[in-house]
Design a binder for this molecule. Sequence first.
Ligand SMILES: [Zn+2]
Length: 196
Amino acid sequence: MIHPPTSGYLWVSIESHRCVACRSVVTWVGSRSLASLPGVDQNALLSRVFELADEARSDVDHPFGALLEVDGDIVVEAHNRVNTNRDLTEHAETRLVRVLQEKNLLGKLPFGTVYTSCEPCPMCVGAMFWAGTRLVVYGLSHDRLSEFTTMPGAAPGGFAISAAEIGGRAAPPMAFSGPYREDEAAQARLGFWVNS
Ligand SMILES: [Zn+2]
């Protein structure tokens, strides 16, 4: 049974693959609370991607982490490797997609949730979409991230469009849920950029 999308966060919750699979009832608790998914500790998964962001920073890469969860289990973890691999496209989410493909696990993406420490950029939204991702939960918002990466007095760079806006115009739609625990999510960024 596929529930019809409605709007906003309610749509995010009821469009989840878990409803499609009718594995359990999904309850959405407020606009900034994580959905209650039996057998899935979403707060623990968010904590894990924050740890992955710390690990990236320890490797002198940019502080971002991501993972794929299916039925409560972590399938693959990844973090930014832009500096390690000398590849500007090695964001945490694109890295996640590449590792999944290397392991022949891309088929799991439509049935899971990607957790990421920060709202994905348009490049990563596109990579995840074409790989089959339909649901993403993130910590830090792009707007909050811009406060760290934008020099004082300068105009914010990057794309002036949210991940949810891009995903909502895709077919099939790609749902985003966040931001969550932004102060905590911001910790890995403190001091990394000039303005942080
Ligand atoms: Zn990205």
